[in-house]
Design a protein around this ligand. Structure first.
Ligand SMILES: NC(=O)c1ccc[n+]([C@@H]2O[C@H](COP(=O)([O-])OP(=O)(O)OC[C@H]3O[C@@H](n4cnc5c(N)ncnc54)[C@H](OP(=O)(O)O)[C@@H]3O)[C@@H](O)[C@H]2O)c1
Length: 333
């Protein structure tokens, strides 16, 4: 055990459902790691769109989720719960969390931790677990994206977008990405997209059809939904797959299911936070085996846009809601 673990810590509480000003510093006990958990002294914590929804009282919280937001962090292991053999105190990790990232210390299941990848700054690593797990489980486990296929991601400049562009390219795919400005499109290309589509001035269906000589794309990762849904069904090639990680523009639309049948399409989606520790552990294990070596090989780049002191979490939420960011926003205790 490392010495000097304080009894209390500063966390960010949600005072009441509402705007960013509802995020306020508070004092809470430093948790004791339970059996199978490690206590992490947090160096960096990722801000996610889900945190904004939680703050507004619009996120369906899974049972057992704490009230402190924060779905991922990086830091140093400072204490081990009973039965933890995979980590030692002093090791630097990043971790997928069900909550509690907006603090100075958090207890996390040991199986939800990964080593900080080779060559990655400790604080930046706090922005990797949520997007890496989400992209891996949806793009590679659910949609089975294969080398040589054509992949489209909506919202290409988001954390999820940048991660999926880089991973799809690293696994040998052609990548198209949409974004809402020319600057964001440039960033998508910079992270490896073959084609970036400004959805305010271009039609992603027309660009996708042209890129594939009319065949259509093999897989689409969507966070928009709404009127994108029928257009994506139209753009998919025979045996194409469509996967939802969010439906920001709406979940109810009219769709021709005949096209799904005729083209042998698969339509799917998932959430990450509500999964069991065992399910999260399985994604983490797959990342460690299949994705973490890509960091060591220099094939992936971090994508931190801006760091805020933990006490300025409200400012970080304002930036996320302005949608002017490209990549990840981090909180630093
Ligand atoms: N299901 C899961 O397990 C899971 C896990 C993690 C995240 N998510 C979801 O994934 C999404 C991305 O998360 P994040 O934390 O990376 O958030 P984020 O950075 O705020 O990303 C949201 C992105 O959506 C883009 N967007 C909005 N309207 C669009 C449109 N009509 N066409 C194309 N892009 C559009 C925005 O870009 P512009 O400003 O350029 O429009 C922005 O880049 C969020 O909705 C989040 O809730 C789901």
């Amino acid at each position: 055990m490392l010495a000097n673990i304080p009894a209390t810590q500063t966390v960010i509480e949600i005072k009441a459902p509402g705007g960013p000003e509802m995020l306020v510093p508070a004092t809470r006990p430093v948790p004791e790691p339970r059996a199978g958990e490690v206590l992490i002294r947090i160096a960096g914590a990722g801000v996610n769109r889900a945190d904004c929804l939680q703050r507004m009282g619009r996120y369906p919280m899974p049972p057992g989720a704490p009230d402190i937001p924060g779905l991922e962090c990086s830091g140093t292991v400072v204490k081990l719960g009973d039965g933890v053999s995979e980590w030692r105190t002093g090791e630097q990790v990043c971790a997928l969390m069900i909550g509690d990232g907006y603090g100075e210390y958090a207890a996390v299941p040991a199986v939800q931790c990964l080593p900080v990848p080779q060559g990655v700054d400790l604080i930046d690593a706090g922005g990797l677990p949520e997007t890496s797990c989400t992209v891996w489980t949806n793009v590679f486990e659910r949609m089975h994206l294969r080398p040589g296929e054509v992949f489209l991601v909506q919202g290409g400049s988001s954390g999820i977008g940048v991660t999926s562009i880089q991973l799809a390219k690293a696994f040998g795919c052609k990548v198209l990405a949409t974004a809402g400005s020319d600057e964001k499109c440039r960033a998508c290309r910079d992270y490896g997209a073959d084609v970036a589509i400004n959805y305010r001035t271009q039609d992603f269906v027309a660009v996708g059809k042209e890129f594939t000589s009319g065949r259509g794309v093999d897989a689409i990762l969507d966070m928009v939904g709404g009127d994108y849904i029928p257009r994506q069904i139209e753009l998919l090639a025979h045996e194409g797959r469509l996967c939802f990680v969010a439906l920001m523009a709406g979940a109810k639309v009219e769709v021709d299911f005949g096209a799904i049948q005729r083209k042998h399409l698969t339509v799917t989606g998932s959430t990450l936070r509500s999964r069991s520790v065992a399910q999260k552990a399985s994604i983490i294990a797959a990342l460690r085996e299949k994705v973490w070596p890509l960091w060591a090989a220099g094939k992936l780049r971090t994508f931190t846009y801006r760091r805020f002191p933990l006490k300025d979490a409200a400012e970080a939420h304002r930036l996320m809601e302005s949608s002017t960011h490209i990549g990840k926003i981090l909180l630093v205790p």
